[in-house]
Design a protein around this ligand. Structure first.
Ligand code: EPZ
Length: 433
């Protein structure tokens, strides 16, 4: 079993190039089955979530081929509607986007319930179902199909509708867009998610001939259209969270990093929080430089849907706050349980208390100590790496498959910037506990 071995204490310096956005790519790949033809998509990260999506596309009859390090060619000419089995859908959360795209293309989807990181008792998809039903799909109640954990959605013809979501959901917004682009009539999604990847999917769909307006605002308007076609050239946006992770790592190690291939406007809330701590952030057209000049200070971070501070950055930021002398507060507003990583950081001597499930108080300033820890989920794993880079001594991070779902070449990228990190094989019995 592979683990990361990190010797802490080195300042990160140099330049890191950010890859394409995982959460945009995992929506755009399923969108390709909405039309027949050959797609060429660039800036696709080579991460395990994408490899699983490619396997899923192949089970539907698509041909997928890497024609460059980050360029993927997908031929959907022979795509057929088939059941998506749990052996594939359980391997990533975004497999649920095939419910929307199969429904949009074939008016029928049979998809086993998705896997992915768990941040609470369950990750519900009730809002996705609400959207599909508003468009006229029939979905048998869960208890009729629950024994196999399968979602079946079918319609004679999807019809445009007004959909109002009571809370903001990235997944429900995206899934509803995927289903609605080929519906008859106009769909309005109100209280839509405004994340950069929602906008990227809308841009991709429009390149396919769809008529999507308002992505990036609270109301998305989709005029249904049957004549979608493939896209000869599309480049996925840079990964906002990967960029943010390296920005925070730069500040946490008191380093000096320039992070390239970024869209600075997607990083505003992260930049603000870094500056609140006293880190210096210089913003250029498609890069940012993060460094420190003076002692950093504690601050309060409150996660919100975009354009607020992303929940996918809070565990990494928590590590930075461990290095800032004084009490900081993190308030998690998106997920019910996204503080599992505290247990791991505590092994590294972090001083963190959790007065209620949604709030963590970080008593920063005492040195982190190397320890055996695990990546509870993707972003928690990134946080463990940053903690290892800051800590005294050696840190061993297990369960790294979670990290490799979403960070392309993280070891190589960090090593090129002075980090002492490597991936090593351990016998199974040496599992970190
Ligand atoms: C997306 O998950 C991201 N995943 C997550 O990133 C991210 O944490 C999350 O959005 C929030 O930004 C992908 O894009 C693949 P939501 P998603 O629906 O779409 C509740 C990462 O690390 N909700 O916006 O599943 C839900 O419980 C991953 O890259 C319902 O109640 O998140 C949560 O409290 C982890 N019913 C809130 O909405 C539903 O039907 C927001 O969830 C759907 C969601």
């Amino acid at each position: 079993m592979e683990k990361y071995v990190i010797r802490g204490g080195n300042r990160l310096t140099g330049e890191i190039k950010v890859s394409g956005a995982k959460n945009a790519a995992v929506a755009i790949l399923p969108a390709t089955i909405l039309a027949q033809g050959v797609f060429t998509i660039d800036n696709v990260p080579q991460i395990s979530d994408i490899f699983v999506l490619i396997d899923i596309l192949k089970t539907f009859g698509a041909k997928c081929e890497w024609i460059g390090d980050s360029t993927l060619r997908i031929d959907t000419t022979q795509v057929e509607n088939r059941e998506l089995p749990s052996s594939l859908s359980q391997r990533l959360r975004a497999s649920y986007y095939f419910i929307g795209s199969l429904l949009g293309r074939f008016n029928y989807a049979k998809v086993a319930t998705p896997g992915g990181c768990q941040f609470g008792a369950k990750r519900p998809i009730d809002m996705h179902i609400q959207g599909f039903e508003a468009l006229g799909a029939k979905i048998p109640p869960a208890d009729e199909v629950a024994k196999d954990d399968i979602v079946i959605a079918k319609a004679d013809r999807l019809l445009g509708a007004h959909i109002y979501y009571e809370k903001v959901s990235v997944g429900a917004t995206i899934n509803c867009m995927l289903a609605a682009v080929r519906a008859k009539g106009v769909t309005y999604i109100e209280n839509a998610a405004r994340e950069p990847h929602v906008v990227d999917l809308a841009n991709f769909l429009n390149k396919m001939g769809a008529k999507v307006k308002g992505a990036g605002t609270q109301t998305i308007e989709i005029e249904g259209c049957q004549d979608l076609h493939s896209v000869a050239e599309y480049s996925i946006i840079p990964d906002q969270i990967e960029a943010g992770t390296y920005m925070v790592a730069a500040a946490a190690t008191r380093g000096d990093l320039t992070i390239t291939n970024v869209t600075p406007e997607h990083l505003r809330s992260i930049i603000k929080s870094l500056r609140d701590c006293g880190a210096k952030v210089e913003v250029y057209e498609d890069s940012v430089r993060v460094y420190t000049q003076s002692e950093l200070r504690p601050c309060t971070v409150c996660t919100q849907p975009h354009p607020g501070f992303p929940t996918d950055m809070q565990s990494q930021f928590a590590v930075l706050l461990c290095t800032c002398k004084g009490d900081s507060t993190i308030i998690e507003n998106v997920w019910e349980d996204r503080f599992k990583y505290i247990r791991q950081l505590t092994r590294m001597q972090a001083q963190i208390t959790q007065p209620v499930q949604s709030i963590a108080i970080i008593h920063g300033g005492s040195a982190l100590k190397g320890a055996h820890v695990i990546a509870d989920d993707l972003r928690a794993g990134a946080a463990m790496i940053i903690a290892g880079l800051c800590a005294e001594g050696e840190t061993i991070v297990g369960e790294i498959q979670h990290v490799e779902r979403g960070y392309e070449n993280i070891v190589q990228k960090l090593r090129a910037c002075n980090a002492d990190i490597s991936k090593q094989e351990f016998p199974d019995c040496a599992a970190a506990e």
